[in-house]
Design a protein around this ligand. Structure first.
Ligand code: HEC
Length: 89
């Protein structure tokens, strides 16, 4: 029974990898975590370089429009972008 509990606890805790991002408490980090985990798991900011992130942000804007997911405001996009820029690989 104990092992089962451990497995349950671990599987509940593991989606938290998404929150395991640098500067998670900053305004940009929070917005990123909130807006970019609506349709898929939160990607790590270190996964891509800034050039690719810019491209991805444009794509994600289209995905949000297609799916009727409310887009971040201009100000929020800026915060998310500067957060990614700061933590890109
Ligand atoms: C409306 C749903 C939606 C939201 C919100 C969303 N995405 Fe995505 N994302 C997708 C879909 C769908 C894909 C699959 C690839 C595609 O269709 O472009 C994807 C793929 C990705 C990928 C993987 C690309 C690859 O080639 O591996 C990254 C990175 C990504 N999104 C980052 C983000 C970031 C950063 C945000 C927040 C600004 C975000 N996503 C918000 C729908 C979304």
């Amino acid at each position: 029974m104990k092992t089962l509990m451990m497995i349950v606890l671990l599987s509940v805790a593991s989606p938290a990898w998404g929150m395991d991002i640098p500067d998670a408490d900053s305004a940009g980090g929070k917005l990123f975590a909130q807006k970019c985990s609506v349709c898929h798991a939160l990607p790590s900011p270190r996964r891509l370089n800034w050039m690719y992130w810019q491209h991805i942000l444009g794509l994600m804007k289209e995905r949000m429009d297609e799916r009727g997911v409310p887009e971040p405001s201009r100000k929020e996009w800026k915060l998310i972008a500067s957060y990614l820029k700061a933590h890109a690989r």
